[in-house]
Design a protein around this ligand. Structure first.
Ligand SMILES: [Zn+2]
Length: 66
C-alpha cells in the first residue's frame, strides 16, 4: 500500500477495525511517518467484474486524453 504523501510502499498497520463487511486499517508510513487509512471491502465475483471493467474503461479514457 503506497503512502499518499511520499509514495513510499513501506508502512505499518497500527489499527484494524471491522465494520460489517468492511475492514478499515490505520497505517503509518515508515518513511515520512504520516498516517493514512485503507478500506477493504468484500465484493462478489459479479461486482469484481463490474469494477474491473470500470477501471479499464477509466484507464482507456485517461490514455486518450494524453
Ligand atoms: Zn510517507
Amino acid at each position: 500500500m503506497e503512502c499518499p504523501y511520499c509514495e513510499s510502499n513501506q508502512s505499518n498497520v497500527i489499527d484494524s477495525r471491522k465494520v460489517e463487511m468492511n475492514v478499515f486499517r490505520t497505517r503509518i508510513c515508515k518513511k515520512c511517518g504520516s498516517k493514512f487509512y485503507t478500506e477493504e471491502v468484500v465484493i462478489t465475483e459479479e461486482e469484481a467484474r463490474f469494477y474491473m471493467a470500470e477501471i479499464k474503461r477509466k484507464y482507456r479514457e485517461e490514455r486518450k486524453r494524453l
